[in-house]
Design a protein around this ligand. Structure first.
Ligand SMILES: Cc1cc2nc3c(=O)[nH]c(=O)nc-3n(C[C@H](O)[C@H](O)[C@H](O)COP(=O)(O)OP(=O)(O)OC[C@H]3O[C@@H](n4cnc5c(N)ncnc54)[C@H](O)[C@@H]3O)c2cc1C
Length: 436
């Protein structure tokens, strides 16, 4: 215990990272306390229920690679509970579907588009590039060529990240962008590809929605205080202050709060840290929960939509992940909007319904029972050209003051649920070292 008789480790956030940290600290509430700002656990990995339909905060599929994390998740759910699903993801472009990734599946596109993509790809391969790509646009042009960049990579990524790919560094993407070999591109052009490419070709999913994961994690964690977040952080004295006048003296602080917001709460932060935090950028996401009273008409999990004439860049069908997510005979979808401002539903609702008919997902606009707009305030960190230098100032400062900022928004990166579980494990290890 610390001077004011509180556990020596304070954890901010009961999302997957914060709860994984608590789990890896050994589940003893004398060692730590988890403060969660909201009234529930799970952070971004939750499931909302509306009129009998269940919606995650857009698609949340679990890909596990780390052996210990696999074992832990397996133990939490028991044999056979999680659904094992092979990805069925498509791209909707030029009025037709091709398989994902676009760059290895041009078969079925209008011949002139496929030709432009293949020609650009071969030209890019043949060219001697005299410098490494300086931004994500250059990365696309060098690796995929002009056609793929024009028809998919640039418009899709601009809509996903909310900024033009030239504003983003090339470093972030190697893990997430499928890099097909020449054989894959050629085979995909003549319809010969018989395997899914990319890091997420298969995934696990809890039958009633991703909320099952944080709920299962929370069961073996004592010491989660909901609706409680510090109002300011006195890093010099290692003390959290709360609005009710109480305080918590910690010896190590694990924070999974969005890094920029966290830095704003630091009392008398050095100017360099404050300036660096001001440079961090993250885009919000508006999306729609869509419910229909008819079955979905296409056997897909999600479709990427690069063309700007559609207001969304991706549509996914939850009830194709698990039939338990919609009442019998109905289906439910997420529709991720390209525009970052609050949608005007009076014009958007009929437009999206029409587009869903055009995409063959539903038979008629009358199939739609309801569409609810939702916002994710922190969705996509922008890997712009200030990103690495800003983090290089903030992170060492925090670590030197026994503050471990981890998690997708704590570490300020683009990462998965499995990463969050791993980050929690890492944060627990570092906190233990700080107590020694
Ligand atoms: C649109 C979208 C789709 C995604 N799809 C997938 C997917 O398909 N597969 C996948 O693996 N991952 C996916 N992810 C990523 C996944 O959601 C995250 O990696 C993971 O949930 C991050 O967990 P976290 O605990 O680090 O952060 P969070 O989930 O953000 O949790 C942080 C918690 O801290 C709380 N908090 C914030 N500030 C404070 C404070 N000051 N004090 C106390 N508490 C605080 C918050 O309320 C929250 O509960 C997706 C993310 C998004 C945004």
């Amino acid at each position: 215990m610390t001077e004011n008789n509180k556990p020596p480790i304070a954890i901010l956030g009961a999302g997957l990272t914060g709860m994984s940290a608590a789990h890896h600290l050994g589940g003893d509430a004398r060692d730590y306390v988890v403060y969660e700002r909201l009234g529930h656990v799970g952070g971004h990995a939750i499931t909302l229920e509306e009129r009998g339909y269940r919606f995650d905060r857009t698609g949340h599929l679990l890909h596990l690679r780390d052996p210990d994390i696999k074992k832990w998740v397996g133990k939490m759910f028991g044999e056979g509970h999680l659904l094992h699903i092979h990805r069925r993801s498509l791209v909707f472009s030029h009025g037709r579907y091709t398989r994902y990734p676009y760059q290895a599946n041009t078969f079925g596109l209008p011949p002139e588009v496929a030709f432009e993509c293949l020609k650009g790809y071969l030209e890019a391969r043949a060219k001697q590039w005299d410098k490494a790509p300086e931004n994500f646009e250059e990365f696309c042009l060098q690796h995929f060529g002009e056609g793929f960049s024009k028809h998919f990579m640039i418009p899709y990524n601009a809509r996903l990240w909310g900024v033009h790919p030239r504003e983003i560094t090339a470093e972030w993407c190697s893990r997430f962008v499928p890099m097909p070999k020449l054989d894959d591109v050629l085979a995909g052009a003549v319809g010969l590809n018989d395997r899914e490419l990319g890091y997420n070709a298969a995934f696990l999913y809890p039958p009633t929605g991703i909320q099952e994961l944080p709920d299962a994690m929370a069961k073996d964690i004592a010491g989660i205080e909901l609706n409680r977040a510090p109002s300011k952080i006195d890093w010099k004295n290692k003390r959290l202050h709360f609005a009710d006048g109480s305080a918590h003296d910690y010896r190590a602080l694990i924070t999974t709060a969005p890094l920029k917001a966290f830095c704003e709460q630091l009392v008398d932060a050095p100017d360099a840290v404050r300036d660096a935090a001001n440079k961090l950028r993250c885009n919000r996401l508006w999306y729609l929960d869509v419910a229909t009273h008819k079955p979905v008409q296409k056997d897909l999990h999600w479709a990427y939509v690069p063309e700007e004439k559609y207001p969304f860049y991706r549509i996914g069908c939850y009830s194709n992940f698990s039939a338990k997510l919609a009442p019998e005979g109905g289906s439910c979808f997420y529709v991720e909007l390209a525009d970052r401002s609050e949608p005007d539903m009076s014009t958007l609702r009929p437009r999206v319904a029409r587009d869903m008919v055009e995409m063959g997902l539903i038979t008629s606009v009358d199939d739609v029972s309801f569409m609810s707009p939702r916002k994710i305030e922190y969705a996509y960190v922008v890997f712009d050209h200030e990103y690495f230098s800003a983090l290089a100032v903030i992170k060492p400062f925090l670590e030197a003051n026994n503050i471990i900022s981890h998690g997708r928004y704590g570490a300020w990166n683009y990462s998965s649920m499995e990463d969050a579980l791993i980050y929690g494990r890492e944060a627990a290890g570092r906190a233990r070292e700080m107590l020694r």
